[in-house]
Design a protein around this ligand. Structure first.
Ligand code: 3HC
Ligand code: NAI
Length: 689
């Protein structure tokens, strides 16, 4: 039984038992509805609802969305609880989220354990609270709190919920015992039901200003704005009408592509680290790591590991460089301390006993995983791996954080290729949530499992990649950047391209991103690839010219844009460089509409992603989606490039690619997998299961 019915004297106890998170699936809803009816019919004096296991209801059952509805619906169940003629008490613990919080605020009295988190995260799924939350929350907590919770999706602590009036008391103990004591007390006092829906809505604030703020923050996402509108409706409509308006707005979001994209992202995030090949494979022991190179990446990786409670040995070329690397880690940890992520005591322990910095590789002797993050140069990496091998213990894993280089070649140069793996972090490594685990031909399964275990310890979304130039993410990035560079040669400007992609939902367009990452990185990469470049590859040189003049983007204050303090403006030197290049190549520039730009950019991304999946570099389309979402700023509400492609229709995308191929059939070679899917009328999603 998902909801058990039990009696303790005058009190009926409804306990939820639907692991793992007590999601409000059809059976749970039925159990609640029947339980309330039966409690009244049997003459009970109060009802207690609590959750068994790790949490109260963590929300509606997301797996039901998009399928035909099954009665009773959650809004009806919430109304039934609220209308119950005897007091209903909620004893809350764990994560009281979405429909879970809506059930809670339909009860008449609420207590919560101090560790409880309460929130309405529906906007993160492209939805709004659809079971009365937008009407009941403002009546309990006022508009400021309700709008903040509903439009951001961020949960609040039990203490904050108490202060806001969302819960009546916060007490430590077991939900069942505390709830029973509370219900007994209420019965003794002769307490009556207190339906939140019967309360008047608070005084309406300046909704216009609040809405403008929500629109700005939403950056193209529909749900926060629609959720705001639902909350605001509570000020002007009677409660029952407000519920109807909420339902109408909820259903309008249910139909959107954004809802599909975000729910895909929710499940993909949970599926991505589950690899059938690792079932039953135990990871190796993991207590300490070694990092070689304490530059941008090495210092970030060391910080992430320290924050996760690991011991770290950080090796640099000289004592002075080791000291400078310690300074970078200290700077990162000072940031974590300032933001309240760690206590002063933990901070001091991390810099004191947990971190060793040295110029001698002997400091690596105890490390379980050793990650090199030295210069991106194969000869240097090989030399470093030889030194690591001389000092690493036999069980240690030898990893490279290379962005593009061949892990098979690095592994083949060692005497223990089974221990070699790629662990590709993203900058800043202690902040960015993506980790690509690059599995080389000879990598042992327990080494792969340890890579995933490390990702989990560091709180990363960990994705398996095979070996190729740039792995999943940087390989796809190179291709869509090339498509952008081709458009520039043919007539578009970097600024138009950035604007179109920002309107699509990226926080930054590709040229602003290039300035942030450092134009020298792409420059070095182009030089590396030049000797093997296909004669038909179109290469644009304006970026090289910027680099030759010493402009590397943000770090030098000048790139595609000029950076002065916090302001960013267009660099007037860029377009003349591009125009000169077009003239030298005899290209007559043409006009690209916003739609032209988006279609070419996305077609290049999807086509390369389909090749990455088709070649087995990524095992599933969802792996690509997670890489782009977590590492490259792809807007979550589009679900990732391959989910977006499914929603557009793969036939349309293939037709675009075939059309572009008429101009350049070297660059625009359709991915065989995309052709196969179109021919068999299947989607990328069909390959995810
Ligand atoms: N519906 C269905 N399945 C759910 C679920 C839900 N609401 N919430 C979690 N699950 C599943 C996960 O997919 C996962 O399944 P798996 O083991 O097969 O991969 C399992 O439960 C455990 O979830 P997590 O791995 O995420 O466990 P954590 O302990 O890390 O996190 C959590 C727990 C904080 C509850 C997190 O799962 C979460 O944020 N869940 C979603 C909460 C949410 O968005 N609720 C609102 C739903 S929409 C709604 O209520 C609409 C209403 O207004 C009408
Ligand atoms: P960086 O130049 O900031 O740091 C490299 C550090 O390695 C320097 O401090 C240098 O002194 C040290 N070093 C060089 N040779 C060494 C040796 N033999 N022994 C010990 N230390 C040595 O470079 P960054 O940006 O940190 O990149 C490092 C690696 O990470 C490269 O392979 C790069 O491709 C990769 N990477 C970089 C990302 C980025 O955004 N910067 C993102 C992901 C990967």
């Amino acid at each position: 039984m998902s909801i058990s019915f039990e009696r303790d004297g005058d009190i009926v106890i409804l306990a939820a038992n639907n692991p793992p998170v007590n999601a409000l699936g059809a059976e749970v809803r039925r159990g609640l509805s029947e339980g309330i009816k039966r409690a009244v019919a049997e003459g009970a004096k109060a009802v207690l609802i609590y959750g068994e296991g790790r949490t109260w209801f963590a929300g509606a059952d997301i797996r039901e969305f998009g399928k035909p509805p099954v009665e009773p619906g959650l809004p009806g169940v919430c109304d039934e609880i609220e209308a119950c003629p005897i007091p209903v008490v909620a004893a809350l613990h764990g994560t009281v989220l979405g429909g879970g919080l809506e059930v809670a605020v339909s009860c008449h009295y609420r207590l919560a354990l101090p560790s409880t988190k309460l929130g309405v995260p529906e906007v993160n799924l492209g939805l709004l609270p659809g079971a009365g939350g937008t009407q009941r929350l403002p009546r309990l907590a006022g508009y400021e709190t309700a709008v903040a919770m509903v439009t951001s999706g961020r949960p609040v602590s039990a203490a904050k919920a108490l202060e806001a009036g969302i819960v009546d008391r916060v007490e430590d103990g077991k939900p069942r015992a505390l709830g029973l004591a509370y219900a007994t007390e209420l019965v003794a006092e002769g307490a009556k039901p207190r339906p939140v829906g019967a309360r008047p809505a608070p005084q309406a604030p300046d909704f216009a200003a609040m809405r403008a703020e929500v629109v700005k923050k939403a950056r193209g996402q529909l749900a926060p704005v629609t959720a705001f509108d639902a909350v605001a409706a509570s000020a002007s409509l009677p409660f029952a009408e407000g519920l109807k308006e909420e339902r109408r707005l909820f259903m309008s979001l249910m139909d959107t592509d954004q809802r599909k994209g975000m729910i895909h992202a929710f499940f993909a995030e949970r599926q991505v680290s589950k690899l059938p090949e690792l079932k039953g494979v135990a990871p190796r022991a993991l207590n300490s790591i070694g990092v070689i190179g304490g530059g941008t990446m090495g210092a970030g990786i060391a910080t992430a590991a320290l924050l996760a409670g690991l011991r770290v040995s950080l090796i640099e070329m000289t004592e002075e460089a080791a000291e400078a690397a310690r300074g970078r880690v200290a700077g990162n940890l000072a940031g974590a301390l300032k933001r309240g992520k760690i206590s002063q005591q933990k901070h001091d322990a991390m810099l004191g006993t947990a971190l060793t910095t040295a110029a001698d590789y002997a400091a690596l002797s105890d490390a379980d995983v050793i990650i090199e993050a030295v210069f991106e140069d194969m000869a240097v990496k090989k030399q470093v791996f030889a030194q690591i091998e001389a000092h690493a213990k036999p069980s240690a894993i030898l990893a490279s954080n290379t962005s593009y280089l061949d892990i098979n070649e690095i592994a083949a140069n060692t005497t223990r290729p089974a221990d070699v793996i790629g662990l590709h972090f993203f900058s800043p490594a202690h902040v960015m949530r993506l980790l690509e685990v690059v599995v080389a031909d000879a990598t042992a399964p327990d080494v792969v499992a340890t890579g995933f275990e490390l990702g989990k310890m560091l709180g990363k979304t960990t994705v398996r990649s095979g070996v190729c130039d740039g792995f999943i993410g940087n390989r796809i990035l190179s291709t869509y950047r090339t498509a952008a560079d081709h458009m520039i040669l043919d007539g578009a400007s970097p600024y138009e391209i950035d604007r179109v992609l920002e309107n699509f939902g990226f926080a930054m367009g590709p040229f602003a991103v290039a300035d942030l990452a450092g134009l020298d990185i792409g420059w070095a990469n182009r030089k590396r690839l030049a000797p093997n470049r296909h004669p038909r590859e179109r290469v644009s040189e304006h970026a090289d010219k910027l680099c030759e003049a010493g402009h590397f983007g943000q770090k030098t204050g000048r790139g595609y844009y000029i950076y002065e303090g916090r302001s960013k403006s267009i660099n007037p030197d860029v377009m003349p460089l591009i125009e000169a290049e077009r003239a030298a190549l005899g290209i007559t520039p043409k006009t690209f509409s916003d739609d032209d730009i988006l279609r070419r950019y996305m077609a290049a991304m999807v086509n390369e992603a389909a090749k990455v999946v088709g070649e087995g570099i990524a095992r599933r389309p969802l792996d690509v989606d997670m890489v782009l979402l977590m590492g490259y700023g792809f807007p979550r509400y589009h679900g990732g490039p391959l989910k977006w492609a499914d929603i557009q229709g793969l036939g349309n995308l293939l037709a675009d690619i075939e059309g572009f191929a008429k101009e350049d059939d070297h660059f625009w070679q359709p991915a065989p997998l995309l052709q196969e899917l179109v021919a068999s009328n299947r989607s990328f999603d069909d390959l995810n299961t």
